[in-house]
Structures are given as C-alpha cells and as structure tokens.
Ligand binder design. Structure first.
Ligand SMILES: Cc1cc2nc3c(=O)[nH]c(=O)nc-3n(C[C@H](O)[C@H](O)[C@H](O)COP(=O)(O)OP(=O)(O)OC[C@H]3O[C@@H](n4cnc5c(N)ncnc54)[C@H](O)[C@@H]3O)c2cc1C
Length: 412
C-alpha cells in the first residue's frame, strides 16, 4: 500500500468510531475481584480480539501479508483514542503483540511471521517470553538453558522463570545456549517453543499481591524441529536485543503494536485520580498538589515516549533510546503508586482488600510498585544502556568478554 492509496488517519478514525460504538462493549470501570483462576479473562480477551479482527481493526501496524492492516502508528494512535470508552483485549498487548509478534516481524522467517503473527492478530494464539532464568536476571547473556542438536532438530533442557502469562500462552520465545565454545553472547539461539510440548512443566508463582501471572518452566528433553529457530543459529543475542528493544518500547509507551489504553482488568491498580475520587479529598490543597504532580509526570512520560519513538522510527535516534521512555515510565508509575497511597491515607490499611473498595486495592497495587522498575529489564540496566550506548560513557568491566562460555566461572 503506498502513501497515496492509504486511508487517511481522519477517515480511519471516523470509521473506527462508528464501528466501535456498534460492536464493542462499553468499558466496565469496576475491576474484577482478584481470583485464582482468570481463565475467563483470557477467553474474553481472545473473543474481543476475534471481534476486532472480524471488524477489520486488528493488527493495525502489522503488514497485511501477516494478517494486519499495514497502517501507521498515527492510525493506531487514533484507534486507541477512539477505543478508550470500550472494553479492549489489553491482556494481549504485552507480551503477545508489542514484544513477541513485533520481534518475529523483525527477525522471524516467512512461515513464522505468517503463522504466529497471523494467529495472534486473529485472536487464536497468545505468545510469551522465556528469557529470565533462576540462576541469573540482568545478566541475560549468561543463561544456561541449553539446546543441543539432534539430527536436523534440537533438544531443549533447562529452566526459566518470571514468564508473564505463560500459563495462558501457546508459544514462547525461548533463548537457549547452543554453543559453549564461544563467548557468552555468541553461543545463543532463539527458539519458538510450544508451551504444551512434551517435556515442558509449568508452575504458576503466587505474587505478594495475590496475583499468579508469573510462571516458572522446566524443559526436560523437549524436542524441537529445525523450523523452531528464530533468526540464525548462534545469532540469538541479535534476536534477543531486538526483543529487549520492543520490550522497553512497550513499557515506555512507544510501541505501535499496542491497541487500547490502560491496564488489563486483572491488574488491581488505583491511580491518584481514582484515589482522589474515592477518598472525597478533591478540595484538599495538598491532595490537589499531589494530583498535579501525577498528571504532569504522566503527561511528560507520554510525550517523551511519543517523541522518542518517532525519532527512532525516522532514524534520528538509535533503538537504544527506547531506554529513555522505559526509565521515565517506571518513575511515573512508581510515583503514581506512592501518591495514590498517600492520598488514600489510612484507608489503604483498613480497606477491604482485593474484593471491594478503593482502599484495599491501593495497598495491593502498592505492593507491586517495584515491578515497574524490574519488568522488561531493570531501570539500572536502562541507565547503563543510556550511559554506554547513547552518551558514550565507559563500558562496565566484563571479565567474561571474549572468553569461551564453558570456561566462565559461574555460581555453582
Ligand atoms: C513485572 C515483571 C514481568 C516480567 N516478565 C518477564 C517475562 O515475561 N519473561 C522473562 O523472561 N522475564 C520476565 N521478568 C523478569 C525480568 O526480566 C527480570 O526480573 C529482570 O531482568 C531483572 O532481573 P532480576 O530480577 O533477576 O534482577 P537481578 O539481575 O538480580 O538484579 C538485581 C538488581 O541489581 C541490579 N543490577 C544487576 N546487574 C547490574 C549491572 N550490571 N549494573 C547495574 N545494576 C545492576 C539490577 O538492575 C537490579 O536492580 C519480569 C519481571 C517483572 C518484575
């Protein structure tokens, strides 16, 4: 589709407005109770995505040949604005669309793009990330899950953890070590792993807020075909770097593949404006000051994300710049959680927990405040990326650089 044949953003917006009003359910402002089994929420997200697909509004920025609409970020932003009053399949945004499908679009082969992106856009499949391991977090390239050649295929063994939504997913992008004779970044390969394959054991982890969205996985002799490799054998770090770029971009609010705004219904977050409404303290000058701070910081984070993602798209900034909005987003979310708690005051301690009431939900949201600075790579690592790759400051010392991985001393 050339620019001259592409529908204008304004015409797309008007068409979307009419379609949304007729087909999408209005957003339910009351968050659902925190329940152990959220299978129906996932089912609902798939249904809503199927509805968007049938209506011709799914995968706005994915190419047409992979099931999308081949339109621009501006079209997506217009749709997101219009879809605000309606229920949207937000659970599919991260990691399925913004991270995994986006990575496959950049690094996958034709079959992977057609099959996996196509199925996700249609609402048939969900994707997750198998990167982090119990033995290491920020040092991702030091991972020890291994894939060994077996004829044309591979056999996967090892363990992963912190995998968001893996229990609901159909496929995971799994980084594994395939060569122990080269340095740590060079011996990795990315695989597309079916989450229900024989040899995959998955457990859900209960978090401090009661949610069980994280999983840990054990891979015992999982057989993978040659077609499971994403990118080049031994080129896994290149794929992972792209994946981490998309992750930072998504968390910073700059992903063109995110459709709809806000948190999925399963996240019990109370924002400062909600806390003000619920506490009835809108006339308190100190509360107004805190609310002003929140609104300003959120606006700055949003506009920075927009500016940086446009600059990356046009080549004005390198992909590493996605660390800037990612960092700012973490700051804004954490300040938001802190302010909501201060506005709610003692109600946060005496509220009725996850089931009812703003007070309890504020406290439960606050328990997860740290996740914004860890998920998607920690903010310290974002600071490292900004200092080393954007500001040209000296690199961290790395005693394992250029050392064959099998000779690297590890904590075991
Ligand atoms: C909400 C959430 C969702 C997640 N989803 C997924 C997922 O779907 N899939 C997945 O694979 N993983 C996921 N993770 C895991 C996440 O990617 C890791 O938590 C993250 O990479 C940090 O690793 P760690 O927690 O082990 O911290 P560690 O690596 O143990 O680090 C601890 C602290 O030390 C700092 N630190 C470590 N090394 C350095 C250094 N060189 N310079 C400066 N500071 C340093 C870190 O920044 C951090 O603050 C998720 C985590 C969260 C919180």
């Amino acid at each position: 589709m050339t620019d001259s044949t592409m529908e204008s953003v304004e015409s797309f917006r008007l068409r979307a407005r009419a379609w949304l009003a007729e087909h999408m359910p209005p957003r339910d402002e009351a968050p659902p109770p925190l329940v152990e089994d959220d299978a129906h929420e996932w089912e609902r997200a798939r249904e809503l995505q199927q509805k968007l697909y049938a209506g011709g509004f799914a995968g706005i920025c994915f190419p047409r040949e992979y099931g999308g609409l081949g339109l621009t970020f501006a079209h997506q932003q217009a749709f997101t604005e219009e879809s605000d009053p309606y229920e949207m399949p937000l659970m599919l945004n991260v990691p399925t669309f913004a991270i995994c499908a986006a990575t496959l679009l950049d690094m996958g082969d034709e079959e992977q793009k057609r099959d996996r992106i196509g199925a996700a856009v249609r609402g048939d499949e969900i994707l997750c990330q198998f990167l982090s391991e119990p033995s290491g977090g920020s040092d991702l390239a030091g991972l020890i899950t291994r894939a060994d050649r077996d004829g044309d295929g591979w056999v996967l063994n090892g363990a992963k953890t912190w995998s968001t939504s893996a229990y609901a997913a159909d496929w995971g992008l799994c980084l594994a070590r395939t060569d122990w004779d080269v340095s740590k970044h060079r011996g990795l390969t990315m695989f597309l792993v079916p989450t229900k394959a024989p040899g995959v054991t998955m457990n859900r982890i209960r978090m401090i807020n009661g949610n069980r969205e994280f999983c840990e996985e054990f891979f015992d002799d999982v057989v993978l075909p040659a077609s499971a490799v994403v990118g080049e054998v031994g080129g896994g770090w290149t794929v992972a770097s792209r994946q981490l770029f998309h992750e930072r971009n998504a968390l910073g609010g700059g992903s063109p593949f995110v459709s709809g705004r806000g948190e999925p219904r399963t996240m019990p977050r109370v924002t400062p404006p909600n806390a003000v409404r619920a506490s009835g303290r809108a006339d308190d000058p100190r509360v107004r000051e805190m609310l002003g701070e929140h609104l300003t910081l959120t606006k700055v984070a949003e506009q920075t994300a927009d500016r940086v993602s446009r600059a990356i798209e046009s080549g004005g900034l390198p992909p590493a710049a996605a660390s800037i909005p990612r960092l700012l987003h973490a700051e804004a979310v954490q300040r938001g959680e802190d302010l909501a708690l201060r506005i709610t005051g003692s109600n946060a301690a005496t509220g009725t927990g996850a089931g009812e009431g703003m007070g309890g939900r504020t406290a439960i949201g606050y328990l997860m405040r740290q996740s914004a600075s860890l998920g998607g790579g920690s903010t310290e690592m974002s600071r490292n990326v900004i200092s080393e790759r954007m500001l040209g400051m000296p690199r961290e010392p790395a005693p394992d650089r250029d050392v064959p991985f099998k000779q690297v001393k590890r904590g075991r």
